[in-house]
Design a protein around this ligand. Sequence first.
Ligand SMILES: CC(C)(COP(=O)(O)OP(=O)(O)OC[C@H]1O[C@@H](n2cnc3c(N)ncnc32)[C@H](O)[C@@H]1OP(=O)(O)O)[C@@H](O)C(=O)NCCC(=O)NCCS
Length: 187
Amino acid sequence: MMAEAEREGAREVLLRPANTGDLADIMAIERVSYSAPWHVETMRGELRGTDGGKIYLVAESEGRVVGYIGSHYFAGEVHILTIAVASHFRRLGIGELLVLSLLLKVIQLGGEYATLEYRVSNEAAARLYRKLGFAAVAVRRKYYLDNDEDAIVAEVADLDDAERQAEVRALLDDWKARHEHELTTEI
Ligand SMILES: CC(C)(COP(=O)(O)OP(=O)(O)OC[C@H]1O[C@@H](n2cnc3c(N)ncnc32)[C@H](O)[C@@H]1OP(=O)(O)O)[C@@H](O)C(=O)NCCC(=O)NCCS
């Protein structure tokens, strides 16, 4: 009989807080994922995250980071600054898992809002966030300095509301039903 992790598409996935030991793996993904990647020292500073407001999570498979999400949490609002998944691990649900896990973390912290920006040309991001309940609320003109591209601002509100919390949990249950990954969570 085929083992769990050998079924088509099934992977072992560990979800955990990021640390500075993840820097090299994260930067390798960052550099192929963004036209204007962060400088390594910026990322290192974020991963040190000693002030408590920085929430960085990674998805790991077979000892390597395959995706990460980075955010700042302050006064009930989490702002998602970065998310990327390694090219060979895309369309396996990792991006969705990272965003949902962050939302659940914010719910645990008693937060109310999640906000983010994405490029108008980024269809994958637009679909991912829409699927997870983010609503587009504004456009920031020429927000991205490398090519003067506009940003869509999107948010999920009412994360302190029981109904919204149930929706987020239902999205994670739905994710688990659709994906056969062997998931371990340490957050
Ligand atoms: C955006 C990104 C993080 C998505 O990660 P991922 O692990 O491939 O996404 P998932 O497999 O969890 O996809 C979840 C949903 O997002 C949408 N989606 C993801 N990639 C997509 C693509 N290339 N085209 C269209 N929709 C896409 C789909 O709705 C998908 O659900 P489905 O597979 O059931 O159709 C990844 O493409 C990436 O790293 N891109 C480069 C960095 C980036 O643009 N980050 C966002 C900056 S705001």
